[in-house]
Design a protein around this ligand. Sequence first.
Ligand SMILES: *[C@@H]1O[C@H](CO)[C@@H](O)[C@H](O)[C@H]1NC(C)=O
Length: 333
Amino acid sequence: MVVVRSSLMSRRTAQKFRQAAISAVGSLRIKLLLFLCFVFTLFLLASLTPSFLGWGQQNLPSASIDRTSSKGYTLLINTWKRYDLLKQSISHYTSCPGLDSIHVVWSEPDPPSDSLVKFLNHAAKSNAKDGRYIELAFDINKEDSLNNRFKELKNPITDAVFSIDDDIIFSCSTVEFAYSVWRSAPDTMVGFVPRIHLINPSKENGYSYIYGGWWPVWWTGTYSMILSKASFFHRKYLRMYTNEMPASLLEYVRRNRNCEDIAMSFLVANATGAPPIWAKGKINEIGSTGISSLGGHNIKRTECVNRFVYEFGRMPLVPTTVKAVDSRGTWFW
Ligand SMILES: *[C@@H]1O[C@H](CO)[C@@H](O)[C@H](O)[C@H]1NC(C)=O
């Protein structure tokens, strides 16, 4: 009897154990499934956060610009007899939310035509958002000099200047991103086209430095200049460029019709003792070529770098490998 009972008991216990084991495996599966759901939800939330919090991906920059404490930026656009490009780029940039005013640097013998002025004024009015008025001014220069590009603005409204060539277009979100980078370092140049000065080991031609175009930057990830054809800087540098730069240096730029952008990089680096900041952004070149930005005319530029070192009495440029990237465009962190 006892034996039978005990074997009956043990059979029951074994069955209970088996059931318990089965339900344990079942709950483990459910837990695993829940965990996976949790991870997936986290992933989904992370990718949707801006809209999840009520900010549209596109609206974020404009929403973050508090126009009472920050007045946006002034577009300083350099142009030369390419009216279609000028129309195209101004029509585009007037649609950017942070744009406050436009200064066209005009160095042609004839003043801008009435129809051009009319077109651009219309673009500034019709593209302006929220009924904001974008001021459009032409800085008419008698002499055709690259130094015109950095003349002090007569009615500066904003501290931030966005200096741009007429044949380059960046999306508004890219511009606003660079603007936000500049606001965290307003003494620094922030822009999209980095260049580097290299030490010349052989010192051939007596040059201590070599101007490095895009490829050395690409290869080493290092840069020490941001070209003014697409960059943000403080308007005080315009005053310093015109009034505090050695006259012989300005004369050199005027005569050689080159390197005003390198001179500006020297000026800012000399004033800050710090490197500029390269902001990530996709360039759309709307002009005919795109070759000059990839290299070529570097011998003249090398000459400029060495000449400017002589003028400044030292090499002020500071190399860096830092690059500012919009974290929303990077995966997870
Ligand atoms: C470079 O910086 C020094 C020290 O701040 C200043 O005295 C000098 O005038 C600057 N040079 C130029 C060309 O701006």
